[in-house]
Design a protein around this ligand. Sequence first.
Ligand code: N2P
Length: 362
Amino acid sequence: MKNTLLVALGALLVATPALAQEKVVNVYNWSDYIAEDTIPNFEAETGIKVNYDVFDSNELVEAKLLAGNSGYDVVVPSGFFLERQAAAGLFQPLDKSKLTNLGNMDPDVMAATAEHDPDNTYSVDYMWGTTGIGYNVGMLTEALGEDAALDSWDLLFDPETAAKLADCGISVLDAPSEIFAAALNYLGLDPNSESPEDLAKAEELVMSVRPYIRYFNSSQYIDDLANGEICLAVGYSGDVFIAQASAAEADAGVEIAYVIPEEGAVKWFDLFAIPADAPHPENAHAFIDYMLRADVAAANTNYVYYASGNEAALDMIDDEVKNDPSIYPTPEVSAKLFTLKAHTPDYDEIMTEAWQRVRAGQ
Ligand code: N2P
């Protein structure tokens, strides 16, 4: 009798979380990637408290997911990382019956992200953008002359040009896959090549300008560009626009521009997914569904200047955002963009070693 009771009690305890989940959701998103009132609005509407942590690199998310028990309910890796994470069983399938706003998604974005996640089983897009170059218009003109071309990866990869920018400051994302892909593409090689010979050429190229790079970091450049601390950053589109907006607001004569270089650039998708061991999957679905609401998606894009995966949001996205070809590329610009595939573990290992040498400068 006593045993039966204990078993029944145990079953109840196990079943309880699914029935009435603690009103909490633990979210791990990119830094500078959400409007200021999105979280408070969600909490007020649902009564679910959001613990919101941020990261600035795919590697960080992957390390947490691989270690297990991250405690996160929602994570937002880029598609070319999520691809292998999903294959490794790190996510649970989305329960689409709980995502009432899924119909708002842009079918083209869904098709593109299905390349990483077949049938969009585990993920849905939040935003997408490009990895290009942000620069200080005045400083670059001064360093390179009025007639200098400001729309080429030469700004970073041509040693003569980069040398002229070393004093005003160059920063580069701490994102090996994306930087080596840009280097391969600049060399006329396949940005998705996993050949060790191609990697060696890309490493050599980045090494040739390494003396002129002040630092590798994936978030610091927003403030540094805005304040005129650096003059060129290889960065994420929206982050450069955030720097541009804050420089304009400060009204101290700093003008920031973003360019998708003419040789082409990486286009990525950042995707919501729920870790297999998420403690609050119900609330994770509620959070994702909220983020898929058209008005919420529009408010976030208007705030961070990344293109939304949400088609229904378009009407509410500011004209200056949706008509900006470096946020919503024209077909002509789109033709220059390329996506990345997930790396194999073997390639990842040699790429990481190459990146460590690049970072260390030797
Ligand atoms: C947001 C950066 C997100 C872009 N600050 C990287 N995929």
